[in-house]
Ligand binder design. Sequence first.
Ligand code: ZN
Length: 65
Amino acid sequence: MDVRTCPTCGSTKIKTIRGTITREYDGEKYSVSNVEYHECPDCGEKIYGREAVPEGCPWHLEAIS
Ligand SMILES: [Zn+2]
C-alpha cells in the first residue's frame, strides 16, 4: 500500500510508521501491534491496510485494502 495523500485533509505529509494501532469499537478497545500504517501529522488520521488488521478484529472490514 502506498499512501501519499491524506484522505481526510489532503495533506501530503503522510508518514509511514510501524507500531501499535488502538481503536475503539462498540465501547471496547482493540489493539494490533507491529502494524505498518500511515499517519497524517496535520489531522492525526491513521491509514492502514486491511492486511495489517487480523481477521476477526471488529474493525478489519473498516480498514482500506
Ligand atoms: Zn490529514
